[in-house]
Design a protein around this ligand. Structure first.
Ligand code: FES
Length: 155
């Protein structure tokens, strides 16, 4: 992973920090951008590049929902179901996404490979329940009724 242009990019990131370990999050992000997810082998590559243990890398990867530990759909849909959004109907929004994407369950990818839906903790948009993050974009005030339109607008 970290050869050629990717190594140069990692070196630029490393220059910002006093210790290689501090570049773990952006290094993982680079890996995920390149491959779509973070495999065990990928974790080992990151560990080698930063001179830390694979176990430490895994501890970080398994803590954050933003790192995919298996391949995901083209559109990674994260629905906030923390209490403020939950009382505003987030569970029904989750059901609507599962129904309209064809995903059998949370965390599973649709048969066409386009969608993966998960529940997440607070997305920091509590005043706009229910917020949904689709890849790097936010959609606010999502209702079950608006889900088909949101999905049809994805490119
Ligand atoms: S509780 Fe849902 S965005 Fe904060």
């Amino acid at each position: 992973m970290f050869v050629g242009a990717a190594r140069a990019e990692l070196d630029k990131i490393l220059a910002r920090y006093p210790h290689k370990q501090a570049a773990l999050l952006p290094a993982l992000w680079m890996l995920q951008d390149a491959r779509g997810w973070v495999s065990e082998a990928g974790m080992e590559e990151v560990a080698a590049a930063l001179e830390i243990t694979p176990a430490y890398v895994k501890g970080v990867v398994t803590f954050y929902t933003m790192y995919h530990q298996h391949p995901v759909g083209t559109y990674f849909i994260q629905v906030c179901t923390t209490t403020p959004c939950n009382v505003c109907g987030a569970e029904d929004v989750v059901k609507a996404f599962l129904e309209h994407t064809g995903c059998e369950d949370l965390g599973l990818t649709s048969p066409d490979g386009k969608y993966t839906v998960i529940e997440v903790e607070c997305l920091g948009a509590c005043g706009f329940a229910t917020p949904v993050q689709i890849n790097n974009d936010y959609v606010e005030s999502v209702t079950p009724e608006s889900v088909p339109r949101i999905l049809s607008e994805l490119k």
